[in-house]
Write a protein that binds this ligand. Structure first.
Ligand code: ADP
Ligand code: AMP
Length: 214
């Protein structure tokens, strides 16, 4: 099963992708997590990506597509995966489509987690991230057991640089211009499913599993 999560930054793609990955035993592939791991490790890719990420801009397709194609070519992805944060542009989607087509494969579902901009701004300010293991929390909706500390790996939680209010508005503008057109792209392919992402995360997940198991 190959699944793409679509939706604005902060819509809950990562939250749902992790739940899908756990339930169906497929890897959660987040280009954002891959970039953040590279930033943390001080790699060349990380240094280049950070310049764009901190401004709320997309990392150029040339950098992004390669890391994603390398990742999904790994062994653990052979029975499927859930992509979170990729594709974010039409050219990225086209490259993915072509690469899958050459293997006789295709995306089974593109799930759009639909949340209006007003809700997004509130959510992002409350998001706390663990840069070590990629776990995500929310100070109101999903608090860690111990304030500021990751439940999974015990590292310190941070407000991501790109979740600061001045950057969130840029990210939303970029989303509407460059990423939202993917909704039509996948609709035309007959794989688009939309869920109401404003509901409680368990209800959003129930809506997604109903789609995947229909
Ligand atoms: P994305 O991967 O789309 O950027 P996240 O999954 O990281 O978004 O979610 C953004 C923030 O909103 C996180 O702090 C997360 O804990 C919280 N969140 C996710 N889904 C919901 C929901 N249905 N209701 C309330 N808060 C949510
Ligand atoms: P995310 O963790 O998915 O919110 O991604 C954080 C940031 O990483 C984005 O705002 C972009 O700067 C960058 N990024 C992640 N995935 C992509 C992608 N597919 N294309 C371009 N930039 C990306």
């Amino acid at each position: 099963m190959k699944i793409i999560m679509l939706g604005a930054p902060g819509a809950g793609k990562g939250t749902q992708a992790k739940m899908i990955a756990d339930k169906y035993g497929i890897p959660h592939v987040s280009t954002g997590d891959i970039f953040r791991a590279n930033i943390k490790n001080g790699t060349q890719l990380g240094m280049e990506a950070k310049q764009y990420m901190d401004k709320g801009l997309l990392v150029p397709d040339e950098l992004t597509v390669k890391i994603l194609l390398d990742r999904v070519a790994q062994d653990d992805c052979k029975n499927g995966y859930v992509l979170d944060g990729f594709p974010r542009t039409i050219p990225q989607a086209e490259v993915l489509d072509k690469a899958l087509g050459e293997l006789g494969e295709k995306i089974d579902y593109a799930i759009d987690v639909d949340v209006p901009d007003e809700n997004i701004v509130k959510r992002m300010g409350g998001r706390r991230a663990c840069l070590s293991c990629g776990a995500t929390y929310h100070i109101e909706h999903v608090p860690p057991k111990k304030e500021g500390i990751c439940d999974v790996c015990g590292q310190e939680l941070v407000l991501r640089d790109d979740d600061k209010p001045e950057t969130v508005q840029n990210r939303l503008n970029v989303y509407h211009e460059q990423t939202q057109p993917l909704i039509e792209f996948y609709q035309a392919k007959g794989v688009l499913k939309t869920v109401d992402g404003t509901r409680d995360m368990k209800d959003v997940f129930a809506a997604i599993t109903a789609i995947l198991e229909a």
